[in-house]
Design a protein around this ligand. Structure first.
Ligand code: ZN
Length: 112
């Protein structure tokens, strides 16, 4: 169930999801994502440590019209992709190492 929403300006009840107050015309759209330094750091950390989500967060910023939001969005997407690439390289490297060790041990067993 949706909570009743009130217009912050004239306190008329409005429907959740309304873009404008029908009484006073106040813009009720959710605020665009913040581009404060603190919020940027959170966004970048999320992009690095939660790779798939970084893409969604990045696109939320890319949809905004101002350049600062777009720049944050691009940085978040780039960091997400970098993080995915690094994860893949580390995983492949680990697999190669394990594979080499298993092969070495099998060889030792054969020579035993
Ligand atoms: Zn209103």
């Amino acid at each position: 169930m949706d909570e009743p929403v009130k217009c912050p300006t004239c306190h008329t009840d409005v429907r959740p999801g309304d873009y404008f107050c029908y009484n006073c015309g106040k813009n009720l759209k959710p605020k665009p994502p913040s581009t404060s330094l603190q919020q940027q750091i959170i966004v970048y950390l999320e992009s690095i440590f939660l790779p798939p989500f970084g893409i969604f967060i990045g696109f939320r910023y890319l949809r905004q019209s101002d350049y600062k939001s777009k720049a944050v969005g691009i940085a978040a997407v780039v960091l997400t992709i970098l993080s995915l690439v690094i994860c893949t390289i580390i995983t492949l490297d680990l697999l190669k190492t394990v594979n080499t060790q298993v092969n070495d041990q099998l060889q030792m067993l054969e020579n035993f």
